[in-house]
Design a protein around this ligand. Structure first.
Ligand code: CMC
Length: 392
């Protein structure tokens, strides 16, 4: 019989060559196309980073302008999608809506099915980055029972998203600079993270030649899980459940108890065995953003800081190298921006769409791309004969 390496969770299997993102989990280093995340997060705009991830180089002024124009040009969703959106129950989770509506885009853009044409591939990539925020905001509007707000071409990417979220037909919404800056930073931090579960899902789906909208819908589905992007929503639930610093030891005991399914959400990472550099950046700006948004003394942030402090002095977490990850603090900022909790993972999906399409584009241009087809170690019954039902 053939012998295969058993590698559950792909702990030791590299599935591709990639030149997009580099992580050194021991040292806590994260680079996008070679640029340290700390520099990009504080100096670049999200669309500059999106261009970098997609095309490999930072854009010059002319290239950035053209990219921003392309984003504005593609940001409207087909009017008929409103009918599809309207079919969802009013309290549908916005991630459920996102999975469905993004998947449906291939029904609107037939050129996306022609995955062998690099120009069509690029057009699909641009449409996805431009339209996912519009769909995300429309999902929110559906939840709160307000009409969809159309994108505004004159607004920058993050400001435009806030506009689509919070404007109404009877009142304009002028996105504040602080909110826009905070969103820009969070989107940059979430934009890519090499072969995580959702990106690997996009690649596996795409390896069969499936169209890009279907592949990204698959990525969104994978991101939704609480062990992945769903953790930012779960962190706030957890902080509220803990409620007060005095309860922290009790919850840490629960997290350590192997018979209890409770885990400290926003803690631990498959690759980082050191502080997640993204969490460090978010924690630093959290103070600043909360202060600027007049939300200092935010009790959940105070609780999160104390929880981190207590966990990091606990032998269990030290031994297992469990540090706060990107999701530990991001929800606190989203909440301060007025984004409801069930939209947190959607926010992650908007930003990660850039990473997903970059990986899909890289894979499609890779001559070594083959259909992804893991093997298994069979552990079921050996050969046995069918028995008529009367003899079973
Ligand atoms: N709380 C308590 N114990 C934990 C935690 C946690 N959050 N994370 C890992 N452990 C323990 C785990 O029980 C195991 O202990 P032992 O060796 O005694 O059995 C050990 O640490 C190793 O954990 P693992 O589950 O084998 O590690 P993994 O690489 O398979 O899982 C993870 C990584 C992120 C899924 C996991 O740490 C986790 O569930 N964390 C909470 C959810 C979370 O915050 N997810 C967001 C991840 S980062 C952003 C993203 O991807 O979206």
């Amino acid at each position: 019989a053939e012998i295969f390496t058993y590698d559950p969770g792909f702990m030791a299997t590299a599935s591709c060559h990639s030149a997009i993102t580099y992580i050194d989990g021991e040292a806590g280093v994260l680079l996008y196309r070679g640029y340290p995340i700390e520099q990009l997060a504080t100096k670049a705009s999200f669309l500059e980073v999106a261009y970098l991830l997609l095309y490999g180089e930072l854009p010059d002024e002319r290239q950035l302008l053209a990219f921003e124009e392309a984003m504005a040009r593609h940001s409207m969703i087909n009017e008929n999608l409103k009918g599809f959106l309207g079919g969802f129950h009013y309290d549908a989770h916005p991630m459920a809506i996102l999975v469905g509506v993004v998947g449906s885009l291939s029904a609107f853009y037939h050129d996306s099915l022609d995955i062998n044409d690099p120009q069509h591939r690029e057009a699909s990539a641009l449409r996805l980055i431009a339209q996912v925020p519009t769909i995300a905001a429309a999902a929110y509007k559906h939840n709160v029972g307000e009409p969809i707000v159309y994108p505004r071409n004159a607004l920058r990417y993050c400001a435009n998203f806030l506009h689509m979220m919070f404007a109404t037909p009877c009142a304009d919404y002028k996105p504040g600079l602080i909110a826009e800056k905070a969103l820009n930073l969070l989107f940059i931090l979430h934009a890519d993270h090499e072969q995580n579960a959702s990106t690997s899902t996009v690649r596996l789906a795409g390896s069969s030649g499936a169209n890009p909208f279907a592949c990204i819908a698959a990525g969104i589905a994978s991101l939704w899980g609480p062990a992945h992007g769903g953790a930012n929503e779960a962190v706030l639930d957890m902080l509220e459940q803990i409620g007060d610093v005095s309860n922290v030891p009790k919850y840490l005991d629960k997290a350590k108890d192997k018979d209890d399914s409770f885990r400290l959400m926003g803690f631990g990472h498959r690759v980082y065995k050191h502080y997640d550099p993204r969490a460090k950046i978010i924690r630093e700006v959290c103070h600043q953003v909360l202060e600027e948004l007049a939300d200092s003394n935010n009790p959940l942030f105070e609780l999160a800081l104390r929880l981190e402090e207590i966990a990091l002095s606990d032998e269990y977490f030290v031994e297992r190298k469990l540090y706060p990850n990107v999701d530990f603090y991001s929800g606190i900022i989203y909440r301060a921006l007025g984004i409801p909790r069930n939209m947190f993972t959607v926010m992650f999906a908007i930003a990660r769409t850039v990473g997903w399409v970059s990986h899909w584009m890289e894979m499609m241009a890779d001559p070594n791309n083959r259909i992804g087809r893991p093997r298994q170690i069979y552990c079921g019954p050996t050969h046995r004969d069918y028995l008529p039902i009367s003899q079973r």
